[in-house]
Design a protein around this ligand. Structure first.
Ligand SMILES: [Zn+2]
Length: 103
């Protein structure tokens, strides 16, 4: 009645299921776990699986690189709050530069 299947990692923390250890992770799973991978939330075994997949799969490396870059940008933006006056000055400088180059 009140029971529900919990979506989660079936292999988490348990020692069995080792037949799966040598398996190859698919693109779907890699992309699905990309955020956890970047957050360092995966077990070492999982990390290795994802790393191995990224070694072999170009499209997934692209997705991984994009996410990683995005996170770096977001992290750095959040860390140092840029004063609005500075943003305005930079924007104006860029605008002037653009106009100068256009002429
Ligand atoms: Zn892939």
């Amino acid at each position: 009645m009140g029971e529900r299947a919990v979506p989660g990692d079936p292999a988490a923390g348990s020692g069995h299921g080792s037949d799966r250890a040598a398996g190859f992770v698919g693109c779907d799973e890699t992309i699905e776990r990309l955020y956890s991978y970047l957050d360092g939330e995966l077990t070492e075994q999982r990390r290795l699986e994802i790393t191995r997949h990224l070694d072999l799969c170009g499209p997934c490396v692209g997705a991984y690189g994009f996410e990683a870059e995005l996170r770096k940008v977001i992290a750095s933006r959040c860390k140092e709050r840029v004063p609005e006056a500075l943003i305005e000055r930079v924007a104006k400088a860029l605008q002037a530069e653009t106009i100068r180059q256009a002429n």
